[in-house]
Design a protein around this ligand. Structure first.
Ligand code: G3P
Ligand code: MG
Length: 246
């Protein structure tokens, strides 16, 4: 079971900052999950929300903002009593750093609320520029973005279909992902059940689950033998899994 640090080590450091990524790497996380948007002038940046209001000292939408303006904001604003200011990272800055790290990156294309034309090709081009082709997977709630990625990526680069919640309608995530050509299913833990797990396994679809921050969740997912978990506290499952193997 692989451990992915959700927005970096976001349980203890400002989410989606280089600080949170470095801290996740320091505890030996297998992978990092991050979110990619695009500024008004076409620069790929790492941030969760479409707007900067929640996480920074600024206001407005990333798609309306220049990269230069975005870089004046403090991405550690929610933690300002504890940590020095951090900038919203350019995706390029992250890729340059990740090229020297022994970890993989789950790149979430954040086109679920705002569609950034060309973001799929641009993101892949950056991955290629830094030689990260074998160390990435792509995920998105916008399955049209995933379908676009499919037309761009070599077939072995994995795509993960993010879903928001259990709709109450019986779903066949394995059959769906296989038919769509998506390698992985990325549900929230509350939406996973025995039937979904069995359907994914029957169709050879891997399961990566978010956001797993408690021991009960870990135990459950370990028993289901899922491919990966996405957590705000990567040190905990890393230590727990190491103890199991010892
Ligand atoms: O990729 C898992 C998780 O990050 C999806 O939700 O809203 O945290 O990007 P969100
Ligand atoms: Mg995400």
């Amino acid at each position: 079971m692989k451990v992915m640090a959700h927005r970096g080590y976001s349980g203890a450091y400002p989410e989606n900052t280089m600080l949170s990524f470095r801290k996740a790497a320091q505890v030996g996380t297998d992978g990092i999950e991050l979110d990619v948007h695009m500024t008004k002038d076409g620069v790929l940046v790492v941030h969760h929300d479409e707007r900067v209001d929640r996480t920074t000292d600024g206001t407005g939408r990333i798609c309306d903002m220049s990269y230069a303006k975005l870089r004046t904001l403090n991405a550690a604003n929610l933690w300002k009593d504890r940590y020095a200011p951090e900038k919203v990272p350019a995706f390029e800055e992250y890729c340059e750093w990740a090229a020297g790290q022994d970890l993989f990156t789950n790149i979430e294309i954040k086109t679920d609320n705002t569609y950034y034309p060309g973001i799929e090709q641009k993101t892949w081009d950056m991955v290629v520029k830094y030689g990260l082709e074998k160390k990435v997977l792509f995920s998105s709630f916008n399955h049209f973005s995933l379908t676009r990625m499919k037309g761009i990526l070599p077939p072995e680069v994995e795509l993960g279909a993010l879903v928001e919640h259990e709709s109450g309608v019986k779903v066949y995530p394995g059959a769906y992902c296989e038919a769509a050509g998506f390698h992985c299913y990325h549900p929230p833990i509350a939406a996973l059940n025995n039937e979904n797990v069995a359907d994914c396994k029957a169709h050879g679809v891997k399961i990566n689950v978010w956001t797993v921050n408690d021991m009960a969740g870990l135990e459950k997912l370990y028993a289901w033998d899922v491919e990966g978990i996405i957590t705000n506290f990567p040190s905990v499952p890393m230590a727990w899994l190491a103890a199991k193997k010892a």
